[in-house]
Design a binder for this molecule. Structure first.
Ligand code: SF4
Length: 115
């Protein structure tokens, strides 16, 4: 018999923080269910939240950092990517109290979408 768990979680796509239950079978996320008693979303998810597992299992999902060089991308290590990102951030001196969660999501996505 397959072991099935309902794991309370939060949608990662924006700062709203809608609650969701992730249905996990044998260590693999299989489905999501609405968290009807969540104070933010009361069970509703937008299209991005509803498609969360499609992103996790997309066959074309990048699983490691890539760096763009001469028009093509090459795989780099995590240390190299974080050093590169931090040096670029420092160079551009991002200091603002108005940084949005969407901007932070973009920054966090840089290693897997190409620098
Ligand atoms: S379900 Fe939509 S609104 Fe809610 S946190 Fe996810 S992306 Fe944001």
């Amino acid at each position: 018999m397959k072991q099935k768990q309902s794991v309370p979680s939060v949608c990662p796509y924006c700062g709203r923080g809608c609650g969701v239950y992730v249905i996990v079978e044998e260590g693999i996320a299989k489905n999501i269910e609405y968290m009807e008693d969540h104070p933010v979303c009361q069970g509703a998810l937008c299209p991005k939240g509803n498609a969360a597992l499609q992103v996790v299992y997309d066959p074309e999902r990048l699983r490691y950092p890539m760096k763009k060089e001469n028009g093509s991308r090459k795989r780099i290590g995590w240390d190299e990517s974080t050093n590169l990102i931090s040096s670029k951030l420092m160079a551009n001196t991002i200091c603002s109290s108005s940084i949005t969660s969407a901007f932070l999501f973009l920054i966090a996505s840089l290693p897997v979408h190409g620098l």
